[in-house]
Design a protein around this ligand. Structure first.
Ligand code: HEM
Ligand code: HEM
Length: 197
């Protein structure tokens, strides 16, 4: 199908990837900016992220070609070679994720999973609520007093959220750099699903 400039384009990102991506953007901004309060909103945004990540991992195994991990997961040597070429302005164009894009996809999914799960552990250990209540023990004694050496899950959760933000900043930088290098708007491709043939 030709685009507005008359260029032939091909379908790359399926609807599940695209919808999942933009749900992640909205839900992450919501969860991060609410910082836990109001809790109903924070926790629901977090569950939305957990659901998208779980579905995306499944899709990486059984989804269409460009969605599959086997299409874009490569070793660190290829990632570094791609990044060096990108900075030097001679990186090869990839229709699916580039080696660096693939590595960032894995890093983001892992960071989002750790953040969401540590949030659920925080809720279970502090208040005995949420999907992990009954699986992980509530912290403190019957009076709610905390004991020395007990893991501070809220602290772990906050650190995971901040590390995810660092990855997102690198992600946006990578998208901008690769879009410039290949003369195409990769963000628009994440909306339309199509790239230049
Ligand atoms: C995955 C996206 C999420 C992000 C980016 C995120 C981010 C944050 C941040 C920045 C804080 C403030 C930490 C602090 O100031 O100490 C926080 C607190 C908290 N989060 Fe999350 N969170 C996410 C998901 C979740 C989920 C899925 C749950 C539970 C089901 C959850 C439960 C909590 C709880 C209980 C607190 C402590 C609230 C308080 O005591 O004030 N979060 N979160
Ligand atoms: C407005 C800000 C954002 C823009 C413009 C954007 C753009 C993009 C683009 C263009 C890609 C495809 C990269 C490629 O061609 O290899 C992508 C992939 C991805 N982005 Fe973003 N992104 C944004 C924010 C975020 C945020 C906040 C998250 C996480 C919370 C995120 C998570 C991901 C993930 C997991 C992928 C891999 C997609 C997949 O294969 O399922 N992005 N993003």
């Amino acid at each position: 199908m030709p685009d507005r400039a008359g260029q032939e384009t091909v379908k790359v990102w399926d609807p599940l990837i695209r919808m999942g991506h933009w749900i992640l953007v909205v839900a992450f901004a919501t969860a991060y900016l609410t910082e836990g309060e109001p809790e109903w909103l924070h926790v629901r945004a977090g569950y939305a992220i957990a659901a998208v990540v779980a579905l995306r991992i499944l899709w990486g195994l059984v989804g269409p070609r460009r969605a599959r991990f086997s299409d874009f997961v490569t070793g660190p040597a290829r990632v570094l070679r791609y990044l060096r070429a990108l900075v030097a302005g001679r990186a090869a164009r990839h229709l699916g994720h580039s080696p660096a894009g693939g590595a960032m996809t894995l890093a983001l999914l892992a960071a989002l999973a750790v953040t969401a799960v540590s949030g659920m552990v925080t809720l279970a250990t502090e208040d005995g609520r949420g999907p992990l209540a009954g699986i992980v023990a509530q912290a403190g004694d019957e009076h709610g007093r905390e004991h020395e050496g007990e893991a501070d899950w809220e602290e772990i959760h906050e650190t995971a959220a901040n590390l995810t933000v660092v990855l997102i900043v690198l992600h946006l930088g990578g998208v901008a750099l690769a879009s410039h290098a290949h003369g195409e708007n990769l963000s628009r491709a994440m909306v339309t699903g199509r790239k230049r043939a």
